[in-house]
Design a protein around this ligand. Structure first.
Ligand code: OGA
Ligand code: NI
Length: 376
């Protein structure tokens, strides 16, 4: 076996002395043409670690305690293929009140489109690190970027995740800036985005009805919604007990449509103070209520706390599509809800732009929840 240090350009050796001292194999494609300071920023660089770098290690009081997590056996699985709108919206209402999330099957997004999306996501993260690093940025205001962890500029401890974040609506506006490598990326991802948006709109109509509102009411409040995507890649982690892929959080947008890795689990949700694992369900999407729907429902539906944990066996990919209110939409619950049974408006009126700015100015696992700042 050749010793590692004899294989690496001296630049790399120097940086590794400062940074992770514990890698075992360099990436076969790493020719060293990207400054290693850059390549070392993502964890999908092909480097395998045998211990977790210090900057990812959580304090003892903030670790996933994986052995205490049980499976969530009663995750609502809602069949969109049935012909009974009232039943679907009733099931959605129950799920939103009890869990803040649910899964949908027979959702109408063709299998082939989903498979191609997954295939191209994997291909992207398998590209040489030099190629990926052309897209790297830590600036949350960029509409297309490869990044890592969550908010590297704000956080104290990093998360074991790389992600490609794209704006997806209107497609014509954003596809030109998307990656053109792999060559089918724009086509496959564009097709997926269109389908997922349609599904999201149907879900919002059901949610509206489940709250006793006309089906268009919530969509109208949210305005011409933006759509973002995060292709999350969680590489194999040497010490999954010490870190997160993503720590517990709620999503700041309105609705999230998550495509889990079919084979590798990692999503957990908080229910009654317990973290529960949501195993991937074949051909299902996971739907999360985000902060904006909590506000629009006057707190009747809670945006769900969830997190992603990592494992030492297999890399995991998840694809999150976020529907986000139009920037200048005024987020507020309709009167039917704020005056129901003598209730009062729980939240102040705010624009989504105000909320989003606040959200990204903070760290994901800060104690006070971002919505707290907007409460009456
Ligand atoms: C997210 C998220 C969960 C997962 O991207 O906001 O919560 O399973 N992802 O990757
Ligand atoms: Ni999330």
């Amino acid at each position: 076996m050749i010793s590692l240090s004899s294989q690496l350009p001296c630049d790399i050796k120097r940086i590794f002395q400062l940074g992770p001292p514990n890698l075992i194999t360099p990436h076969p494609f790493s020719s060293g043409t990207v400054p290693i300071q850059m390549a070392g920023k993502v964890i999908s660089s092909g480097i395998r670690y045998n211990t977790l770098p210090e900057s990812y290690v959580r304090p003892v009081t903030d670790r996933p305690n994986l052995s205490l997590v049980s499976d969530c056996n009663d995750v609502p699985v809602i069949d969109f293929g049935i012909d009974d709108r009232r039943l679907i919206s009733q099931q959605i209402g129950d799920a939103c009140r009890r869990f803040g999330f649910f899964q949908v099957i027979n959702h109408g997004v063709p299998d082939e489109i989903v498979e191609k999306m997954q295939e191209i996501g994997r291909e992207f993260f398998q590209l040489p690190v030099e190629e990926k690093m052309k897209l790297y940025s830590e600036d949350p205001s960029k509409t297309m970027r490869l990044s890592t962890s969550f908010n590297v500029q704000k956080e104290q401890v990093h998360n074991w995740r790389d992600y490609l974040r794209l704006h997806c609506y209107p497609l014509d506006q954003y596809t030109p800036e998307w990656p053109s490598n792999p060559s089918s990326f724009k086509e496959y991802v564009g097709n997926y985005c269109r389908e997922v948006r349609e599904l999201g709109m149907r879900v919002l109509e059901f949610i509206s009805e489940s709250l006793g509102l006309e089906k268009e009411v919530i969509k109208n409040i949210l305005g011409d919604q933006g759509q973002h995507m995060a292709i999350n890649h969680y590489p194999v982690c040497p010490e999954p007990e010490l870190t997160y892929g993503l720590p517990g959080h709620t999503d700041p947008n309105a609705l999230t449509i998550l495509l889990q890795d079919a084979l590798v689990s990692g999503l957990q949700v908080l229910k009654d103070g317990q973290w529960l694992a949501v195993r991937p369900h074949p051909n299902a999407f996971v739907i999360n209520i985000g902060d904006q729907l909590e506000a629009v429902s006057n707190g009747e539906y809670k945006s769900v706390w969830h997190r992603a944990v990592v494992n030492s066996d297999k890399p995991r990919m998840s694809i999150a599509s976020f529907l986000c209110p139009c920037n200048d939409s005024i987020i507020s619950a309709p009167q039917e809800l704020t005056e129901k049974d003598g209730s009062k408006p729980v939240f102040k009126k705010f624009t989504y732009a105000e909320y989003y700015k606040k959200f990204w100015s903070r760290n994901l696992d800060q104690k006070d929840h971002c919505l707290e700042f907007f409460k009456n």
